[in-house]
Design a protein around this ligand. Structure first.
Ligand SMILES: *Cc1c(COP(=O)(O)O)cnc(C)c1O
Length: 430
C-alpha cells in the first residue's frame, strides 16, 4: 500500500474534517508539503493554491523569514504561561498592532483562535456596560449572512440559517438581527439599506451592548461586498444610540480587501476589533481582540475589577514571533500594488463566467474573486475536477471563490481563473 493510501485509510477511520461527516465519501487529499503558492500532494501532484488556507497564508507557504523567526524563538521558549509573566514577542506584537490599527484602539487581548477573539469581544462589550451600571445592555445586534465563528457566542451572532440556530435553539443566546444591506461595494447606501439596522437600534438600544459586523466583506456567510457608506452610517448610529461597534476583521485584516483593514475603506474606527487568520501569515493559530482605552479602563475600574477571560495558551511566544515576522514581510512589501494587480487579473480572468446561465454574479474586491452560482454546487464531483486542473479551490454552497496568497504571479493567477472558467462552463453544458 502506498503512503498516500495509508494516510487516507486512517483519515477515513479516525478523523473529522471541518463541516463534514465522519466516514463520508467526499474526496480528501493528503498533502506532503507546501512551498510558496504550491501545495504538494503526497502522490507527487502539485497544485496552485487559490485559498491561502482560508485567508491566512498571505505570503505563501514555507517562507524563510517566518521559518527563521519560529526557529529562533524555539531556542528560547516555545511557551510560557501569561498569568503573572510576559515576554518580548507579546510586547512587540501588541505595540505593532496598536500602531497599525485605527488610532482609537489602544489595548490588546491575545487568544488562540478567531472564534475566541469574538467571544472575548462580546464579553468585553457586556462587561463594559456592566461596569457602567447598565447591565441590561447585554445583547448583540448584527446583520444576516454574517459569520463570526463556531463557538456559542460567535454562533449566536452568525447568520441564523447558515449557523443552524434551529438546531441549537435551546443553547444559543438570542440576539437581535437586521437584514444585510443590498448596496454593493461601489454603490451608495440607500435609506432602505440602513433602515432595518436603524429600526432595531431605535427599538432596542437600551438592551444592546454592541453591534457586531464584518466590515465591507461578509466572508463565510456569503462572500458579499457592501458599501463603505453603510459602514459609516452604522458608526454614527452606534454613537447616536450609545452602542459599541465591534468589527470582526478576522478575514479582511492585513490587506486582503486593498486596505490594510477593511474599515479604512469607510474611514471609521471601531470600539473593539477582532483579528486572526492572516495574523501569523497562516503559520500558527493566534488571534487578538483590540479595544479602546475607555473600554479597557472602564472594565478594569468597574465590578468585578478584572476582565473575565484567560486562555492557557494566551500570547503563545512562537505564534507571536511568527506574527511579528509576517507583519514585517507584509509592511516591507509593495502589498497595495500586489493586491491591485491581483484585483485586476481576477476581474478580467473571471469575467467570462458572467456569460453562463448558471452563474448569478461575478464580483471582485482586492484579492478576493467570487463566482456565485444560482444553485449549490456538488463539491463531491467538482473538487476532483479542480485538483485535476492543478489548482486548489474549495467552493462552498453556491460560491466558487479565490483568495490567493499575495505573492502569486500573473501566470499562476491565469491557471486559477482558467480552471474556474472551464469547470463552470462544463457545469453549464450538463
Ligand atoms: C474564520 C472567521 C472567524 C473564526 O475564526 P476561527 O479561527 O476559525 O475560529 C471569525 N470571524 C470571521 C469573519 C472569520 O472569517
Amino acid at each position: 500500500m502506498t503512503n498516500y493510501s495509508k494516510i487516507l485509510e486512517r483519515d477515513q477511520q479516525y478523523l473529522w474534517h471541518p463541516y463534514s461527516a465522519m466516514h463520508s465519501d467526499h474526496p480528501i487529499y493528503p498533502v506532503s508539503s507546501a512551498h510558496g503558492v504550491h501545495i504538494k500532494l503526497a502522490d507527487g501532484r502539485q497544485l496552485i493554491d487559490g485559498m491561502s488556507s482560508w485567508w491566512s497564508a498571505i505570503h505563501g507557504y514555507n517562507h524563510p523569514v517566518i521559518n527563521q523567526a519560529i526557529c529562533d524563538q524555539l531556542q528560547n521558549m516555545s511557551h510560557i504561561m501569561f498569568g503573572g509573566l510576559t515576554h518580548q514577542p507579546a510586547a512587540d506584537l501588541a505595540t505593532q498592532l496598536v500602531e497599525i490599527t485605527p488610532a482609537s484602539l489602544q489595548t490588546v487581548f491575545f487568544v488562540d483562535s478567531g472564534s475566541v477573539a469574538v467571544e472575548v469581544a462580546i464579553k468585553m462589550a457586556i462587561q463594559y456596560w456592566y461596569a457602567r451600571k447598565q447591565p441590561e445592555k447585554n445583547k448583540l445586534l448584527t446583520i444576516r449572512q454574517g459569520y463570526h465563528g463556531d463557538t456559542f457566542g460567535a454562533m449566536s451572532v452568525s447568520d441564523p440559517v447558515n449557523g443552524m440556530h434551529r438546531l441549537f435553539a435551546e443553547s444559543l443566546s438570542p440576539q437581535f438581527f437586521a437584514d444585510a444591506p443590498r448596496c454593493r461595494f461601489d454603490q451608495p447606501c440607500l435609506a432602505a439599506d440602513i433602515a432595518p439596522l436603524a429600526l432595531q437600534l431605535q427599538n432596542h438600544h437600551q438592551h444592546i451592548a454592541a453591534v457586531i459586523l464584518e466590515p465591507i466583506v461578509q466572508g463565510a456567510g456569503g462572500m458579499n461586498f457592501y458599501s463603505p457608506d453603510y459602514l459609516k452610517q452604522v458608526r454614527s448610529l452606534c454613537d447616536q444610540y450609545q452602542v459599541l461597534l465591534i468589527l470582526d476583521e478576522i478575514a479582511t485584516g492585513f490587506g486582503r480587501t486593498g486596505q490594510l483593514f477593511a474599515c479604512q475603506h469607510a474611514a471609521i474606527e471601531p470600539d473593539i476589533l477582532c483579528l486572526g487568520k492572516a495574523l501569523t501569515g497562516g503559520y500558527m493559530t493566534l488571534a487578538a481582540t483590540l479595544s479602546t482605552l475607555d473600554i479597557s479602563q472602564t472594565i478594569s475600574n468597574g465590578e468585578p475589577g478584572v476582565f473575565m477571560h484567560g486562555p492557557t495558551f494566551m500570547a503563545n511566544p512562537l505564534a507571536c514571533s511568527a506574527a511579528l515576522a509576517s507583519l514585517k514581510i507584509l509592511l516591507d512589501s509593495p502589498w497595495q500594488q500586489r493586491i491591485k494587480q491581483i484585483e485586476k487579473h481576477l476581474t478580467t480572468g473571471l469575467a467570462p463566467c458572467k456569460q453562463f446561465p448558471q452563474v448569478k454574479d461575478v464580483r471582485v474586491l482586492g484579492a478576493i474573486g467570487v463566482v456565485e452560482m444560482h444553485q449549490a454546487i456538488d463539491l463531491k464531483t467538482l473538487q476532483p475536477q479542480f485538483v485535476d486542473a492543478g489548482v486548489w479551490v474549495r467552493p462552498f454552497n453556491r460560491l466558487i471563490y479565490l483568495m490567493p496568497p499575495y505573492i502569486i504571479d500573473t501566470q499562476q493567477l491565469n491557471v486559477l481563473t482558467h480552471a474556474i472558467t472551464k469547470i463552470v462552463s462544463t457545469l453549464c453544458q450538463e
